[in-house]
Design a protein around this ligand. Structure first.
Ligand code: AMP
Length: 550
């Protein structure tokens, strides 16, 4: 699709980003910087150290990645990488690498994710060819330093991403050891969702006069908020589009705006909703004013029922009929949430604000609640049974409205001719069936799985040597102290390879020759299977259930 670069470039260009990066952002459909990006990018470009309190979902990755790329001087054959990003998990290492790659495509940036469990040979090959940015978990980065396969002498910037998570996973010593290998003149950036004293300690020891950025501190005045029902659904990214469809089916809004982050997302969601039988239209900053006006006209006139929009495109928009604001993902800043829900519930009318959040984004919901002083109720996604019941209810309401109208006489000939042969009750049932089917009421649906991660608030304290609640299995790992194994190596391997949340891992016992680790019973087989691929401290240990449970 044709892109009008003007809006995104104005916002991001104002931050001083170079043309190659602005182009990449326009192509990705980013329309304007998020608050954390607005606050962090200029000082980072100026070379300052920075401490940012920001959770997943705020756009923090681009906040540090864009300045890294801005100053990038491609490494020569013999030079080492110029930037190092430390992250707690394999999943995040991959995500951040992909983001750096996408933003820096036009700059020809070479980025390598390194994490435990991945074959080290491939990492060595790439490192030998030269990379600009390394994104890694502390354990594996330290492995490379010890093998002298990663030299940090040319590092100009170090980013500690999700620093609180890294400490929770026991990586504090590794981080210290890695920082000691980097030049003192480096720029150091620390992002963390929470700022416990230990994080502050790291910042004080390793950062020089950092700029500090905190999100969502300013509480909203009660009068600024409309009275709307606020709810949220936690759903994995892969099921988000299906979940949206189901929620709309149950909510049956008269007119709604679905907010998305990027233009790409707007286009995809519009297509999905139209495929589901809704009359949805896209509204984003890439459209001309004329096009936008026509879309708005169709919404006001009732020939469109859903607008799918970015924040920029929906700015200043005022539609009387709106009953629902739906956030396809958690807004990048609590303030943006307040703006969005201000579109409904005006002048005493009823309104609903519904937010879809990924499991990792629940922290943002809490930040929003703190800002607004209002509760967001976590709801369970409607099941297939709920949906069927709701659709029958919709059919019933439609029939009732029709019965209350008075335009039925012209159909009497049909009824009369049928009642010669059939019972009037059966004729009515057939009519209900046809109406129900025509409205898509019998569409097949699959259940949407509930994410397995525990919600925030139920989190077990890290590494307290107690198993988290529920049935626990104890796994035997054939490596122990003699192989140099530490709790964080085991946690890192299990979290990274089996995709388990580190908080789900219970007591860890390390003896000279082997280790015992508690994991939730229902994950035990998955962990054992995943460990067949894992290397821990350079070894590939036997992993099985402990034979003689005590
Ligand atoms: P993060 O908080 O870094 O995990 O980013 C959350 C999501 O927001 C990612 O999917 C990004 O691609 C997206 N994102 C980051 N910055 C922007 C922006 N300025 N506009 C739209 N989307 C963004």
């Amino acid at each position: 699709m044709e892109r009008d670069p003007s809006e995104s470039e104005a916002g991001f260009a104002g931050l001083g980003l170079r043309a190659e990066l602005l182009r990449a952002l326009t192509n990705l459909g980013y329309e304007e910087p998020t608050p954390i990006q607005q606050g962090a990018i200029p000082p980072l470009i100026a070379g300052d150290d920075l401490v940012g309190q920001a959770a997943t979902g705020t756009g923090k990755t681009a906040a540090f990645a864009l300045p890294l790329l801005q100053g990038l001087v491609p490494a020569g054959r013999d030079a080492g990488p110029s930037a190092l990003v430390l992250v707690p998990t394999r999943e995040l290492a991959e995500q951040v690498s992909q983001a750096v790659h996408r933003y820096g495509r036009d700059l020809g940036v070479r980025v390598l994710p390194v994490y435990g469990g991945q074959p080290i040979g491939r990492q060595l090959q790439v490192l030998n060819r030269g990379v600009d940015v390394v994104v890694g978990t502390p354990g594996r980065v330290l492995d490379h330093i010890e093998r002298e396969t990663l030299r940090l002498g040319d590092i100009r910037t170090v980013v500690l991403d999700e620093a609180d998570e890294m400490l929770d996973m026991g990586f504090a010593e590794d981080i210290e050891a890695i920082l000691a290998e980097t030049p003192e003149s480096r720029q150091t950036v620390l992002f963390s969702a929470t700022m416990p004293p230990r994080i502050d300690g790291i910042a004080r020891r390793h950062l020089r006069n950092p700029t500090r950025i905190t999100m969502g501190r300013k509480a909203v005045e009660p009068g600024e908020l409309p009275l709307v029902r606020q709810s949220a659904y936690v759903v994995a990214r892969a099921h988000r589009a299906a979940a949206l469809g189901r929620i709309l089916d149950v909510e049956t809004p008269t007119a709604a705006i679905v907010f998305c982050r990027t233009r790409e997302e707007v286009d995809q969601v519009t297509e999905t909703l139209n495929g589901r039988g809704y009359r949805a239209e896209a509204l984003h900053g890439g459209m001309s004013q004329d096009q936008r006006d026509r879309v708005m006209g169709r919404l006001r006139g009732g020939s469109t029922e859903l607008l799918v929009a970015t924040d920029v495109a929906a700015r200043g928009l005022d539609v009387e009929q709106l009953t629902h604001v739906i956030n396809f993902n958690v807004p990048v800043a609590p303030e943006a949430y307040v703006h969005r829900i201000g579109r409904v519930g005006r002048a005493g009318r009823e309104g609903c604000a519904i937010t879809l959040a990924e499991p990792r984004e629940q922290r943002m919901l809490k930040a929003i609640e703190r800002l607004t002083g209002q509760r967001i109720t976590l709801e369970k996604l409607p099941t297939v049974t709920d949906l069927r019941a709701r659709r029958l209810e919709v059919t019933r309401t439609a029939l009732q409205a029709c019965l209350e109208g008075d335009d039925l006489e012209r159909f009497r000939v049909v009824l009369d001719s049928l009642t010669d042969e059939f019972d009037v009750e059966n004729v009515a049932l057939a009519a209900v069936k046809l109406l129900h089917e025509a409205a898509g009421g019998d569409r097949d649906e699959d259940e949407i799985p509930t994410p397995s991660l525990p919600p925030e608030g139920r989190r077990a304290p890290a590494r307290d040597n107690r198993a988290p609640g529920g049935k626990v299995a104890r796994l035997f790992f054939g490596v122990g102290r003699r192989a140099g194994v530490r709790p964080q190596d085991l946690v890192g391997a299990i979290a990274g390879e089996a995709g388990l949340n580190s908080r789900d891992i219970g007591a860890i016992q390390i003896t000279d020759r082997f280790s015992l680790v508690e994991v939730p019973e229902q994950t035990a087989d998955r962990v054992i299977a995943a460990m067949q691929r894992a290397t821990i401290r350079g070894r590939r240990p036997t992993v099985r259930r402990e034979r003689f449970a005590r």
